[in-house]
Design a protein around this ligand. Structure first.
Ligand code: B12
Ligand code: SF4
Length: 463
């Protein structure tokens, strides 16, 4: 027996920082559903940008029994609107939503969006497959772990599902996605086709701003063999570049080094990046050399602040000295080195923000990624501030404003510090020359695109 399931991303109205990656979460859920015998069709509306009429036509044509959408906090409102559109035309279709935002706020989501039938809490592979099979068989849903749904006027939250063993999950069903449409705007790509891979789930780190609602704090790593098998499959399918999107790829240094040695010995000659920011305390001389040799050309580090006191406040558990060492090692290997910072963190002030910029300049980083502190559901900070009733409709993610201005956060101060940081780093006269000398054609591409994406947009000017 088989059910038809359509999985979708929402069309995003916001000018979000979106690298147009394949939605890996949906690709994992899709492969598990297919493995359990269900028929899956993908509607990646974030990429295809269909009109409402086109969406309804696609749904009518496939006629799914279940329509599932993924959502981060930035996407929640658009995702809910998409499900409303589906439900208003096809009330019999079950409307399902998953992802980090709703995993943190399952009951709130059902209350806020009464047309949504089911929230998937946490990892979705097994839960979605079980839910669909139970729906098909008409069985009592209270036995499905990790879902939230309504019985009459009440919401029921079933017990949490145990975390998955990532070695047992089927590889993501990338083939169901419109593969030629990805990475079109991705200025951080050397070669296409490019895709993402996730080699571990979870991070034991305690950073207070980090959302833990899907993968939790336990580090669960795929075996070296399992990871190399997937990369081999990607090579066979013609991929030339892979972005590794783990929370903490280098946390288990020995495992990471074994993966890197495996990639090197296979001689695939691929390009790799680590776009999420790895921990500075996990990079040693050998790691940096192996990363370079394996084809990694761009590394980001999560630094967050140039002030040790602020770093301590956010429970990052790193020292500025470790930042200096890690950056020195990666730059020595000639890798493009990016540093992530957050403006407006706990205990920050114009003085500490200046220290962040000074650190980036002192280390002569190739790029900085600066965010304004946003208190995301699923983070420790969110639970502390208890912002459960936040107005998602007002949520914007174009860096022109931030959303949660609880105690201690002054919106105007944060925005001006943010602009000073971006301007102070990217608008240096020597910066373009350095990029061209150091990174040649890639440097030139990065410059052109970042001028548009980072500076113009993030300074709040219209392009
Ligand atoms: C790669 C990545 C990006 C990429 C690409 C995102 C994309 N659209 O694919 C880029 C760089 C663009 C990006 C940008 C941002 N990101 Co980001 N990103 C990630 C990262 C590291 C991996 C995402 C991923 O592929 N995960 C792997 C898949 C397997 O997991 P998943 O998507 O959660 O899906 C699983 C479950 O959630 C569930 N599920 C999800 N959807 C659905 C739907 C259905 C129907 C079902 C049944 C199940 C289901 O099942 C899946 C399989 O288990 C995550 C961290 C993380 N560990 O997930 C952060 C994360 C998603 N990002 C986050 C944030 C904050 C951002 C930014 C706001 C950062 C910034 N300041 O600019 C922007 C906003 C982008 C946006 N459009 O929403 C937060 C979101 C927190 C929140 N509450 O929403 C996360 C969780 C990081 C964190 N730990 O705080 N990001
Ligand atoms: S920000 Fe990075 S290091 Fe900190 S808890 Fe999240 S994934 Fe771990």
């Amino acid at each position: 027996m088989s059910m038809k399931v359509m999985l979708a991303t929402p069309v995003m109205k916001e000018r979000a920082a979106d690298i147009q990656y394949i939605p890996l979460g949906l690709a994992y859920v899709a492969s598990s559903l297919v493995n359990t015998g269900h028929e899956v069709r993908i509607l990646d509306a974030r990429i295809l940008k269909p009109s409402d009429e086109e969406i309804l036509r696609a749904v009518e044509e496939f006629s799914p029994a279940v329509f599932g959408v993924t959502a981060t906090t930035c996407q929640i409102y658009d995702a809910a609107v998409l499900l409303k559109l589906i439900k208003s035309s096809f009330p019999e279709i079950k409307a399902v939503i998953g992802g980090p935002h709703v995993s943190a706020l399952p009951q709130h989501t059902l209350k806020e969006f009464p047309w949504i039938d089911f929230v998937i809490v946490g990892e979705g592979e097994e839960t979605a497959s079980e839910l669909v099979s139970f729906l098909e068989a008409g069985r009592n849903l209270s036995a499905v772990k990790g879902i939230c749904y309504r019985v009459g006027k009440k919401t029921v939250l079933t017990p949490p599902r145990e975390f998955s063993d990532p070695n047992k999950l089927p590889f993501p069903a990338r083939e169901l996605f419109p593969l030629d449409r990805y990475a079109k705007n991705a200025f951080v790509v050397k070669e296409t086709p490019m895709t993402t891979i996730i080699t571990s789930r979870g991070c034991p780190g305690g950073c207070v701003f980090c959302c833990k609602s899907t993968f939790g704090r336990k580090f669960r790593a795929r075996s070296v063999e399992n990871v190399l098998q997937e990369i081999e499959l990607l090579v066979e399918r013609g991929y030339r570049e892979i972005h590794v999107v783990d929370d903490a790829f280098t946390l288990d240094r020995n495992r990471a080094k074994e993966i890197l040695r495996g990639i090197i010995s296979k001689g695939w000659n691929l390009n790799f990046t680590l776009p999420n920011g790895i921990r500075v305390d996990t990079v040693d001389e050998e790691m940096a050399a192996l990363l370079k040799k394996a084809g990694f050309y761009w590394l980001w580090f999560g630094v967050e602040s140039g002030d040790q006191g602020v770093i301590n406040n956010i429970k990052k558990g790193i020292r500025i000295e470790q930042v200096r060492k890690a950056v020195k090692l990666t730059k020595k290997q000639g890798m493009f080195t990016g540093l992530y910072f957050i403006v407006g963190l706990l205990g920050s002030s114009p003085k500490t923000e200046r220290k962040s910029l000074e650190l980036a300049l002192e280390l002569d980083a190739d790029a900085v990624g600066v965010s304004i502190l946003t208190v995301y559901p699923g983070s420790e900070l969110f639970s502390t501030l208890r912002k459960n009733e936040a107005d998602w409709k007002a949520f914007r993610h174009d860096f022109s404003e931030h959303v949660f201005t609880g105690e201690g956060f002054d919106g105007r101060y944060i925005l001006s510090e943010f602009q000073k940081f971006i301007g102070g780093f990217y608008l240096r006269p020597a910066y373009p020359i350095k990029m061209l000398l150091r990174h040649g054609r890639f440097g030139a591409r990065f410059l052109t695109a970042s001028l548009q994406n980072l500076i113009i947009r993030r300074l709040g000017l219209e392009v």
